[in-house]
Structures are given as structure tokens and as C-alpha cells.
Design a protein around this ligand. Structure first.
Ligand SMILES: [Zn+2]
Length: 314
């Protein structure tokens, strides 16, 4: 048996046929075209599934199910997507729309949850029963895998780890609350702090790296300077990692995972990031003499969305 996984994003839809072990056999993609509204987008998802299946199998009966990863929340009990900001979806009947085109079982979940599942099946946390995936990008997303299964909670919101409040009364978040973890642990946080620093220190290496054009400061600008040993950038990066570790230790205390896998743009800092995390995290864990989660880099990159979505119904 094989599975279809769909990675539904704001700009593109990717679909793949995936085997039991999480290997992609065939892959197809098309633009999302969000502005058309949800119905034609879901019709395109179904068409893409048929197209990719025809390349991988002789008969649709060889496909066990379809899984969809989306940048929002899905409630299995209702088959609906309450909201999905990137797609401008509000209360979309995803399951009943899919039912117009396919009789296959359809599963869906948050894209970070799905990426976490992919890592647990075929990536860095393969073989672990309990793992947490954290994506450090524009925001912070999460995927919680317990006993090999994604845990999204009865209301579908358990993976919204980026919105755990780690600084009471802190930075205003896109969600309307203040002090959410993602305001401090995302790439956006590094950019914000980097630009703030450079504004007040026009002679700093950071300001010079972008020839004074502060809007050109990216997370990579700060990280690269920190890697080179620039004191100010190192200080900014250490502050970032400290905030990152506050959330990581909360996840460790809540779920006691075997592995926490870090993905997303900031994880491209690689071993440099892991080394700093491994300096700071041990000072924050509760049981200092007990083993706790290893923090590793996610392995699957862009394919995680397809693989994990496919594995939702496994
Ligand atoms: Zn928030």
C-alpha cells in the first residue's frame, strides 16, 4: 500500500505518493491561487492527487488514503478548517469538499505537526516514540508526536507551541497576545533585535555588513557575524538562544520527548546553533542529573510536508 501526502501552502500545492517507509515515489505541484477562494483550491488538490497517483500506481485501489498538511488548524471531528491565515480560509469544509472528488479516507493536520511526523517516521527522530519538532522561521511552529502519533489535542491547537507565553507582557504577537515564544525564538526576532542594535550602533559590524541599510539585516546577517566572533552579534545570538531554550525546556518539562528536532530557517545555523543550545539548555532543565531530550537538526527539509501528510493515515 502507498499513501498520498499533500503539502498545502500559501503559494503552492505539492503532492506526493509515499511508501510505508516514508520514501517519495512520485511528486507533482501546482500554484495555490489563494485569491480564487477555497473551492477551486480544494478541487486542484484532488486533481493533483489523481495526477500524481497515476504516475506511481496502476490502480487507485493501491492508495490507502490522502493526508493534507496545511498552515492552520484542522478539526477532525467536524472535518473543517476554522482558520488558516495564509490561505485566507475561515471555517472551510475541507473534508466535505474533498468528498466531492474522492472516496479515499482523507486526513489533515497542521503543517508543522505533519513535518514532525515526517521526522519521526523517516527523519532525525525515526525510531523515537515521543518527539517534538520545532520550526524556527517567520514564526515558530511545532509538531508533537506521542507514541508515534501526532498529538494536536481535541481542539486542534496543541501544536501551537509558538504561542506559549514565555515573557509576561512582552512583545506584541500577530495572534494579539503579548510575550509569545515566537516573538523571541523566530528568525523574525533575530531580525528585529539585529536592526534595533544596528540603529543605535551605526559603527557596529552589523550596520557595516549592510552598508547602513538596516532593512537589509536578516537573521543570517546576525548569525554569520556571530559565527565570525563579532562580540555584539554573538551577544544578540546568545540572547536569542536563551529565549529559544526557555521554550525548549518548557516542552521538555511537558512532554519529556526523546528528541527535539529543530527545523526552519534559523536551523540552517547548524552545529553553531546546537552548540549554543547545548551550552544553555542544561542550566535550565529541571532534573539536572537525569537524562533529557537530545536537541537535533531536522533532516527532511522541504519534503517533510509531503511525507508527514502521507503518514497521517498510516
Ligand atoms: Zn502569539
Amino acid at each position: 500500500m502507498v499513501y498520498i501526502g499533500v503539502d498545502l501552502g500559501g503559494t503552492g500545492i505539492k503532492a506526493g505518493v509515499v511508501d510505508e517507509q516514508g520514501n517519495i515515489i512520485a511528486k507533482e505541484s501546482c500554484p495555490t491561487g489563494v485569491e480564487r477562494g477555497y473551492a477551486p483550491v480544494i478541487e486542484d488538490i484532488a486533481k493533483l492527487c489523481t495526477r500524481v497517483a497515476s504516475r506511481a500506481v496502476h490502480d487507485m485501489s493501491e492508495i490507502k488514503c490522502i493526508g493534507i498538511g496545511l498552515p492552520g488548524i484542522y478539526v477532525p471531528a467536524t472535518g473543517r478548517v476554522p482558520f488558516c491565515t495564509n490561505l485566507s480560509w475561515h471555517d472551510v469544509p475541507l473534508l466535505s469538499e474533498m468528498r466531492k472528488y474522492t472516496q479515499l479516507p482523507v486526513f489533515a493536520d497542521n503543517d508543522a505537526t505533519v513535518a514532525g511526523l515526517a521526522e519521526a517516521v523517516a527523519g532525525v527522530s525515526a525510531g523515537c516514540k515521543t518527539s517534538v519538532f520545532v520550526t524556527l522561521g517567520t514564526g515558530v511552529g511545532g509538531g508533537i508526536i506521542i507514541d508515534g502519533k501526532p498529538y494536536s489535542g481535541p481542539h486542534g491547537i496543541a501544536s501551537e507551541v509558538g504561542h506559549m507565553i514565555t515573557v509576561a507582557g512582552g512583545e506584541l504577537c500577530t495572534c494579539g497576545n503579548k510575550g509569545c515564544w515566537e516573538r523571541y525564538a523566530s528568525a523574525t526576532a533575530i531580525i528585529r533585535e539585529g536592526r534595533k542594535y544596528a540603529k543605535f550602533h551605526p559603527d557596529s559590524a552589523l550596520a557595516k555588513a549592510v552598508n547602513g541599510d538596516l532593512d537589509a539585516i536578516e537573521a543570517k546577517t546576525v548569525i554569520d557575524l556571530a559565527k565570525e566572533g563579532d562580540p555584539a552579534a554573538s551577544e544578540l545570538f546568545d540572547q536569542y538562544v536563551e529565549h529559544l531554550c526557555v521554550g525548549l525546556v518548557n516542552l521538555i518539562n511537558l512532554y519529556d520527548p526523546e528528541i527535539i528536532a529543530l527545523g526552519g530557517g534559523v536551523s540552517h545555523a547548524g552545529q553553531f546553533l546546537l552548540d549554543r543550545v547545548n551550552d544553555i539548555l542544561p542550566k535550565m532543565v529541571f532534573y539536572k542529573t537525569m537524562p533529557y531530550a537530545k536537541v537535533e537538526l531536522a533532516k527532511l527539509g522541504n519534503d517533510a510536508g509531503i511525507i508527514g501528510a502521507a503518514m497521517l493515515g498510516r
